[in-house]
Design a protein around this ligand. Structure first.
Ligand SMILES: CC(C)(COP(=O)(O)OP(=O)(O)OC[C@H]1O[C@@H](n2cnc3c(N)ncnc32)[C@H](O)[C@@H]1OP(=O)(O)O)[C@@H](O)C(=O)NCCC(=O)NCCS
Length: 184
């Protein structure tokens, strides 16, 4: 059961069947997809959006989730926020690793509003309140907008890695402040 999370301006909620048009609009855009995956491709049909929505809804976990990020003032969906086990590099199909990643996909109409950082900050708080020790994020090396979100929410850049997704990515990490070991 994906828990609902509220921030000053946003409500993060489970996906609903009525979100299919938003999902199609979001993932059919090259500016959204261009840095996602090793072979970026836009969504081409509404039926793919229906399948994606079903996958989103299937992630039923007390801590992990894929949330619909909506604006509180009018309920408008503005993006997706993800907290889930990250696939390790290896033979296809990739198997998930023990690490948990945070990620964000926002509609370009709503970039530049601070929504991704606001939603991600709240999801990190949820993750750490639930006891996760660490959360990672990976980005395409040229995805500066996403790297800025990582920095804004307090993640530390740890250089490049090929550990995940069979891809060379920039790695960002944040430790749970309640359980982090002090540096010597
Ligand atoms: C990555 C992505 C979510 C970043 O979106 P974003 O809107 O730039 O990120 P934020 O929510 O942190 O917003 C920050 C911007 O809002 C501005 N802003 C306006 N009001 C703000 C507020 N109240 N609080 C914080 N920032 C605010 C900031 O100044 C900043 O603008 P700038 O980049 O021009 O300096 C977006 O580009 C995206 O969805 N891209 C496609 C998908 C993708 O690549 N995902 C990542 C895969 S790894």
């Amino acid at each position: 059961m994906t828990v609902e999370i509220k921030t000053d301006r946003l409500a993060l909620r489970p996906w609903q069947d009525s979100d299919v048009d938003f999902v199609f609009d979001l993932y059919s855009r090259w500016v959204v997809q261009r840095f996602i995956g090793t072979e970026p491709a836009v969504m081409e049909s509404r039926s793919e959006a229906v399948e994606r929505l079903e996958r989103f809804k299937a992630l039923d976990h007390p801590i992990h989730g894929i949330w619909a990020v909506t604006r509180k003032e009018d309920g408008l969906p503005v993006g997706a926020l993800l907290l889930k086990p990250i696939p390790a590099s290896g033979e296809e199909p990739l198997q998930v690793s023990d690490d948990v990643e945070i990620g964000w996909h926002f509609h370009p109409d709503h970039w530049g509003s601070g929504y991704a950082s606001e939603a991600a900050t709240a999801v990190l708080e949820h993750a750490f309140d639930a006891g996760l020790e660490q959360v990672v994020a990976v980005t395409n090396p040229v995805n500066e907008a996403s790297q800025s979100v990582c920095r804004r929410i307090g993640m530390e850049h740890q250089g490049q890695t090929k550990k995940y997704y069979n891809a060379r990515c920039e790695l960002f990490v944040i430790e749970n402040p309640a359980t982090a070991q002090p540096a010597n």
